[in-house]
Design a protein around this ligand. Structure first.
Ligand code: ACO
Length: 355
C-alpha cells in the first residue's frame, strides 16, 4: 500500500449495500390523499413512486440490511469496523443514536458509533470524514450509512411535501488503498442562514413537544421548495466542479455522476451545467423519490451491483440539503467488477436495475 509523501493513505469504497422497504406508494395513491395528480408529480419532479417503511420498521432496521450487504461485499466482519457513522434526519430515537442501535444489531462491538445530522448531504459529509479517518491512519475500516424513514415526519395532508419523500437505506465501507486512486477530493459546505427554508419546527429544545405542537402539525417537514431549487442546482454543480478541479479533471471527464435525487429537473440542470451527457448521470428518483441521506448510497449500490462501475472509472457524488448543507466528492473507482457481481448473485442480494 503506497502512501503520499506526507504520509496520507489513499481511501476507497470496498463494499456497498442498499435496502428499500417493500411497500410502494404511487402517485395515484397520493392523489387519493391530497389534491394532486400523477401528471403534476411526474412533470414537476420525475417521481412515479416511493417506498414506505412498515409500521414495525425503524431506521436502524433498514440500515442493518444495507450495512450487512455492504460488509458482505467488502468481506469485512462487523467486529472489524472501527467507526459506524449514520447520516440521518430520522433516527429511531434521539437517544440512543441510530448508529449505536445499528452497532448493537450488527455486532460491531469495536466501532465508535455516532449519528450525523446534515440532511440530504449527510452521506457526502460522511465520505469526507471517513476519508479523514482512514487517510490519517486513525481508522482502517469505516462504515458510512445513509438512512431515512421520512414517511414518519411527512405531513400527508400537505401536497407541497408529501409527494416528494420516501424511505430507504444505503451503506458503504471505506478502507485504505493505494494513493492515486480512490477518493481524490471532498467538498463540504453549510449555510445556516438558509435554515428556515426546510425545517421540522417542533419536537426538541427550541419548541418541545406539546399538545399545541401536535395540533399545529409542527412535527412534520415544512419546505419552501421554490427557494431551494436554484440553490440546489448551483451548489451541486459548483461543488462537483471544485472537486474535479482538485483531482485535475475537467468535469466532462466524469464517467458517472450520482447526484442527490431530489427532483429530476434539478438533476437535469446540474447535468447541463457540468456538460455531461444523460447516460453519465444516474437517475432512480422515479422509483424511490427523495430519500434524503440515503439517496446517493442507494443509487451507488444499484450502479455497483448492476455493473455500471468498473475499476478506473471517474465517479462523482453531489448533494444538497436542509441546513443548508451541500457538497461533493470525486473518486477513481477501484472495486473489481467480479466482487460486485458475486455480491449481486449472493442469496438475499438486492436486484439491481440500472438505467
Ligand atoms: N400537486 C399539485 N399541485 C401542487 C403540488 C402537488 N403535489 N404541490 C404544489 N402544487 C401547486 C402549488 O400550490 C402552486 O400552486 P399556485 O400556483 O396556485 O400557488 C403550483 O403547484 C406551483 O408550485 P411551485 O412551488 O411553484 O412548483 P415548482 O415547479 O417549484 O415545483 C417543487 C415544486 C417540486 C417542490 C420544486 O420547487 C422543487 O423540487 N424544489 C426543490 C425542493 C427540494 O429539492 N427539496 C428537498 C431538498 S433537501 C432534501 O432533500 C431533504
Amino acid at each position: 500500500m503506497t502512501r503520499r509523501p506526507d504520509g496520507i493513505r489513499g481511501t476507497t469504497i470496498t463494499g456497498t449495500g442498499m435496502y428499500v422497504p417493500d411497500r410502494v406508494l404511487t402517485n395515484d395513491d397520493l392523489s387519493r390523499l391530497v389534491d394532486t395528480s400523477d401528471e403534476w408529480i411526474v412533470e414537476r419532479t420525475g417521481i412515479r413512486e416511493r417506498r414506505i417503511a412498515a409500521p414495525d420498521q425503524a431506521s436502524s432496521d433498514l440500515a442493518l440490511i444495507a450495512s450487512r450487504r455492504a460488509l458482505a461485499m467488502a468481506g469485512v466482519d462487523p467486529a472489524d469496523v472501527d467507526h459506524i457513522m449514520v447520516a440521518t434526519t430520522t433516527p429511531d430515537r434521539i437517544l440512543p443514536s441510530c448508529a449505536c442501535t445499528l452497532q448493537q444489531k450488527l455486532g460491531g462491538t469495536r466501532a465508535a458509533a455516532y449519528d450525523m445530522f446534515a440532511a440530504c448531504t449527510g452521506f457526502v459529509f460522511g465520505m469526507g470524514i471517513a476519508r479523514g479517518l482512514v487517510g490519517s491512519g486513525i481508522a482502517d475500516t469505516v462504515l458510512v450509512v445513509g438512512v431515512e424513514t421520512l414517511s414518519r415526519i411527512v405531513d400527508y395532508t400537505d401536497r407541497n411535501t408529501c409527494v416528494l419523500f420516501g424511505d430507504g437505506a444505503g451503506a458503504a465501507v471505506l478502507q485504505a488503498c493505494d494513493t492515486g486512486v480512490g477518493v481524490h477530493a471532498v467538498d463540504m459546505h453549510s449555510d445556516g442562514e438558509l435554515g428556515e427554508v426546510l425545517e421540522v419546527p417542533a419536537g426538541i429544545s427550541r419548541n418541545p413537544a406539546s399538545d399545541d405542537t401536535v395540533a399545529g402539525r409542527e412535527h412534520f417537514i415544512r419546505m419552501q421548495g421554490k427557494k431551494l431549487y436554484p440553490f440546489a442546482v448551483r451548489s451541486m454543480a459548483e461543488a462537483t466542479q471544485r472537486c474535479a478541479e482538485q483531482a485535475g479533471w475537467d468535469p466532462s471527464e466524469i464517467d458517472l455522476l450520482i447526484p442527490h435525487q431530489a427532483n429530476l429537473r434539478i438533476i437535469e440542470a446540474v447535468r447541463e451545467r457540468l456538460g455531461l451527457p444523460a447516460e453519465k448521470v444516474y437517475v432512480n428518483i422515479d422509483r424511490y423519490g427523495n430519500t434524503s441521506s440515503a439517496s446517493i448510497p442507494i443509487a451507488l449500490d444499484e450502479c455497483v451491483r448492476g455493473g455500471r462501475l468498473k475499476p478506473g472509472d471517474k465517479l462523482g457524488l453531489a448533494a444538497f440539503g436542509g441546513g443548508a448543507t451541500w457538497g461533493a466528492t470525486v473518486m477513481t473507482w477501484t472495486l473489481p467488477l467480479e466482487r460486485a457481481r458475486r455480491a449481486a448473485a449472493a442469496p438475499g442480494a438486492v436486484k439491481a436495475t440500472v438505467s
